[in-house]
Ligand binder design. Structure first.
Ligand code: G3P
Length: 217
């Protein structure tokens, strides 16, 4: 499973990248706004830091302008994936940009039907938003499972990029289902290491090290 970090905060990306936990980065207009930085500048800095795909989202809603924006975004670096929304204009832009040989991440996906359209339009990645489906009492994981089944039924190469990840359970369930990628906030990835029994066991080892005066150096 590939881990993408869902943020435009350089320091947070660098910290996880140093641990080998960053296979790519996803941003969107809300994350760019939160960074307080210029989209081109911060996206270039991320591309310089990370070898894997870096998703940068278009701002337009019409296909022609999305395509123009996408062609400008890919000039930033070779590892840019152009993010387009799952609309007919977005799918048209996806088809054109993917035919150009560009990576395209189709975002704001909320159903398996939408994901089927994105695969047929040549999407490199499809981003189903688990958390936002859960927010309205739908089952985000069920959508991931349906997409996995459909893509496997027909051999679609589009990678399932599970997004809107809000918890370590979303990561676990996405891995169980076989999503190709998860993109999660740095805090969620970091919290995957936590377990109370690990803490308890380490405390016990440390107590015995102290009591037995065990020394290595
Ligand atoms: O990659 C999409 C992600 O940033 C959306 O997350 O928590 O705003 O639904 P969220």
């Amino acid at each position: 499973m590939k881990f993408f970090v869902d943020t435009a905060e350089i320091d947070a990306i660098a910290e996880l990248n140093d641990l080998g936990m960053v296979d790519g980065v996803t941003t969107n207009p809300s994350l760019i706004k939160k960074s307080g930085r210029d989209i081109i500048e911060v996206t270039k800095e991320i591309c310089d830091l990370v070898d894997g795909p870096v998703s940068a989202e278009v701002t337009a809603t019409d296909a022609e302008t999305m395509i123009a924006e996408g062609r400008k975004l890919v000039e930033i670096a070779e590892n840019i994936a152009v993010k387009v929304p799952l609309t007919w204009d977005g799918l048209k832009a996806c088809k054109t940009l993917s035919d150009d040989g560009q990576m395209v991440n189709v975002t704001l996906c909320f159903s398996a039907n939408q994901a089927l359209l994105a695969a047929k339009a040549g999407a490199t990645f499809i981003s189903p938003f688990i958390g936002r489906l859960d927010d309205i009492n739908l089952d985000g994981m069920e959508v991931i499972e349906d997409i996995r089944t459909i893509y496997d039924n027909y051999g679609f190469e589009t990678q399932i990029l599970a997004a809107s990840i809000r918890s370590v359970n979303h990561v676990l369930e996405s891995a169980r289902i076989g999503a190709d990628v998860i993109t999660a906030p740095p805090a969620v990835i970091k919290s995957m290491v936590n377990h109370p029994l690990t803490d308890k066991g380490l405390d016990a080892f440390l107590a015995d090290i102290k009591a037995a005066e065990i020394k290595i150096l």
